[in-house]
Design a binder for this molecule. Structure first.
Ligand SMILES: [Zn+2]
Length: 427
């Protein structure tokens, strides 16, 4: 179980916010340059088709990802569910290079544009095989944003029942997309249009951003969702969810302050180097890094830049390659290769009591027990406050050290697959 570690947004955010546009929640200071070598290696290894049998077998297969939305909104202000069909059509077009604005890609880049052969389908059954409309709903007035100075772990409250959110469906088997209010309760400001978690062991990314299975997925601010016109934000976030970095390679110095940033790269061979993310511009004269050989201008059309809906329309072949590689090797249970083989999640029953609780918590398994189970308790800051293996079908856990409040307990199989979740209250 990867711990969620505190990180801070240290950029000069007023510069960004003055633009009046919101981008994704990943900023340049999230990344460590030392991981660049891993990434280069992974890209190279992914080209050796005998490295991974499954990768080889699925090379030309369309990979379909089941998607479920989770809406959290005030009782009198419902989200328009009919937008989901439009959104699904749009992301499918973007990942298939069937988006109408692909004609805006400059001819110099046309040979690099890719159909990723990755598709998305809204679920029509829930985890237990019952009919589903493809979404879940919770009504409340909560806002789930955070201040830039707060830890990244504070971004995930919408994913916990105990914090007013909605627990995800099995994150190894579904792409969970939360739509909620990302305004910060402290300042009343909204700093991000959305954000995503990256696959565990995704190359180049700092391990602190590897997805914990309790929080894995994508979050959109409800204004991003409800003002859907052409929103390349979700396509961009899915890029992160499938392991892509920004085209800038995310140098630690941030967006604006260093000429040396041309030495950073996303390690994707067919995206030209850029000085930094290009923030809401489509000025095609920009060539921020002169490459000594085979120089190309900044690829403003790339979905992993910050150039916005009027400009972004393309993934490159190497980006598509890496997304498919991450999907097959790091999210192996997610893509549906044969829709009939998607197995129904077995009912799993465990009794957790007393609840509320003032110190001694019982975890009793009603069904078959095996010793590959563990539990983890999270607080509403997304912090893992207690975790342990479960060695006995009738276990007793001491939670006296936890302060009073709501927590979320999850039971995991093999340290990573969440098979049961429950909100608990510590008196
Ligand atoms: Zn991003």
């Amino acid at each position: 179980m990867a711990l969620i570690v505190f990180m801070f947004f240290v950029l000069t955010p007023t510069i960004l916010w003055s633009q009046g546009q919101l981008e994704c929640g990943f900023n340049n200071d999230f990344f460590s340059p030392s991981y660049s070598a891993w990434y280069q290696k992974a890209v190279l290894e992914s080209t050796k088709t005998n490295q991974n049998k499954r990768w080889t077998e699925t090379r030309d297969t369309v990979l379909t990802i089941p998607v479920v939305f989770h809406f959290i909104y005030p009782p009198n202000n419902p989200s328009d569910k009919s937008l989901m069909a439009k959104i699904m059509a749009e992301i499918n077009a973007d990942f298939s290079r069937l988006n109408s604005d692909t004609i805006n890609l400059r001819s110099i880049f046309k040979s690099r544009a890719a159909n990723s052969k990755i598709r998305f389908v809204l679920v029509d059954k829930d985890e237990k095989g019952q009919a589903s409309r493809g979404y879940t709903v919770r009504l409340n007035m909560l806002t789930f944003g955070k201040e830039p100075s707060q830890p990244f772990s504070a971004s995930h409250k919408m994913k916990f029942d105990s914090c007013g959110g909605i627990a995800p469906w099995n994150t190894k088997k579904y792409l969970n997309i939360w739509v909620c209010n990302l305004m910060s309760p402290q300042s009343g400001k909204t700093y991000y249009a959305g954000f995503a978690t990256v696959p565990k062991n995704a190359p180049h990314w700092s391990p602190i951003y590897y997805a914990d299975s309790l929080i894995d997925g994508i979050v959109l601010d409800n204004s991003t969702y409800s003002n859907w016109n052409r929103s390349s934000i979700l396509t961009h976030e899915i890029g992160h969810y499938l392991g892509l970095m920004h085209v800038s390679g995310d140098p630690p110095g941030g967006f604006f302050d260093s000429a040396s940033m041309c030495t950073y790269d996303d390690s994707i061979f067919d995206t030209p180097r850029v000085l930094h993310q290009n923030y809401y511009t489509c000025d095609k004269s920009i060539n921020s890094c002169i490459e000594p050989v085979n120089d190309f201008p900044d690829m403003l059309e790339n979905f992993m830049d910050y150039t916005g809906d009027n400009c972004r329309n393309t993934f490159t072949k190497q980006q598509a390659f890496l997304m498919r590689y991450c999907l097959i090797t790091l999210r192996p249970e997610l893509p549906i290769l044969d829709i009939k083989s998607k197995t129904k999640l077995a009912d799993f029953s465990v009794n957790i009591y007393p609840n509320p609780n003032n110190g001694i918590l019982h975890i009793d398994f009603k069904d078959s027990f095996s010793n590959n189970y563990s539990f983890v308790i999270y607080d509403c800051l997304g912090r893992n406050v207690l975790h342990s293996n479960i060695v006995n079908p009738n276990s007793v856990v001491n939670i006296e050290s936890l302060s009073s409040g709501l927590y979320e307990l999850a039971i995991l199989r093999e340290e990573s697959e969440v098979i049961f979740r429950k909100s608990i209250y510590k008196d």
